[in-house]
Design a protein around this ligand. Structure first.
Ligand code: ZN
Ligand code: ZN
Length: 320
């Protein structure tokens, strides 16, 4: 039974992302085993605790996995994504949603409007991370963007860029299938390397969505004078990249990071419902619960687009 302010959710879809692989490999520092993975969740309210008035059984919902303490120095200044006791369900200390049912505090459960595609709505969690990235970018209208990586995050950052005022958006990825995905969601200019799409003077905004050192170093070199580089992709904790401190000084470059979600979840719900993402082209496979190992293997191989687990399904399905 849920606690007084908890909600029990019947899981419809849960997305697999790079963090799950890090968790599985034991490379994600906050993870305490054993843990049920899964942090990109959509579903239907099954039951609610006795003190929950905001939601009712049958409501369509998206579950924010972020659990913070509300008491540490970072929470106190409104930067709870840096919480000293940061916990994410499915990735740290609380069981996630790769299961038929998942429990979450009511404040983490966001109601979705009627008519939303509940399976695709598992994209809302990564979308909330992408919006956080944009919250941090010092940006102006009419700028030129270069994005490394055409996985889910790269595709989301690329689809949001025009809404953030970009004059042009270029996506590079070494995988031609992923470049096709970028074209499918409306990116006009793509390349297998940034050399193919080089821009005189560089790019105002360069965003790394790969976490790969070679891409990061290449990207830092392509930021225009006065421009900004955002580290969005998750690099291994021991990775090291080199850059020119002289250029950062002389060209007034800004280098900034973006970590998870901060006050962006509700906006992600609204933007998803408004159709800002070409979500249909982003989710390629829906696996049943029994095939989780196959899904992880396929993700590791870099095949398909967004892979999901659909815990209520009896068989795995290819959607694209
Ligand atoms: Zn994720
Ligand atoms: Zn805290």
């Amino acid at each position: 039974m849920p606690g007084p302010r908890d909600v029990l959710v019947r899981v419809e879809a849960v997305g697999i992302c790079g963090t799950d692989l890090h968790v599985f490999n034991g490379e994600f520092a906050p993870t305490v085993f054993p843990i049920v993975p899964g942090h990109e969740t959509s579903g239907v309210v099954e039951t609610v605790g006795e003190a929950v008035r905001e939601l009712s059984p049958g409501d369509l919902v998206s579950v924010d996995p972020t659990l913070t303490c509300g008491e540490c120095s970072f929470c106190a200044v409104g930067r709870s994504n840096l919480c000293e006791n940061w916990n994410g369900s499915g990735v740290a200390r609380t069981d996630g949603s790769t299961a038929e049912l998942v429990l979450a505090p009511v404040r983490n459960v966001h109601r979705l409007p009627d008519g939303v595609d509940l399976g695709l709505a598992a994209l809302i969690e990564p979308l909330s991370c992408a919006i956080r990235g944009y919250d941090l970018l010092p940006r102006r209208l009419g700028e030129h963007y270069l994005i490394y990586g055409a996985g889910t995050m790269g595709l989301m950052m690329a689809q949001l860029a025009p809404r953030a005022g970009a004059a042009s958006v270029v996506v590079v990825d070494r995988n031609p299938d992923r470049l096709q995905a970028a074209k499918d969601v409306g990116v006009e200019q793509v390349g297998l390397s940034a050399d193919e799409v080089a821009r005189r003077g560089g790019f105002d905004v360069v965003i790394d969505c790969t976490g790969v050192v070679a891409a990061i170093e290449d990207g830092l070199g392509r930021v225009r004078r006065g421009g900004v580089f955002q580290q969005f992709g998750v690099a291994p904790t021991d990775a090291r990249a080199t850059f020119s401190p002289f250029r950062v000084y002389n060209d007034e470059l800004t280098i900034l990071g973006s970590m998870a979600v901060l006050n962006t979840y509700q906006r992600a719900v609204e933007m998803f419902a408004a159709g800002v993402l070409n979500a249909q082209r982003m989710v390629s496979h829906a696996f049943c619960l029994e095939d989780y190992a196959d899904a992880l293997e396929m993700f590791r191989a870099g095949a398909g687009r967004k892979l999901q687990i659909r815990p209520q399904a009896s068989a795995s399905l290819q959607l694209l």
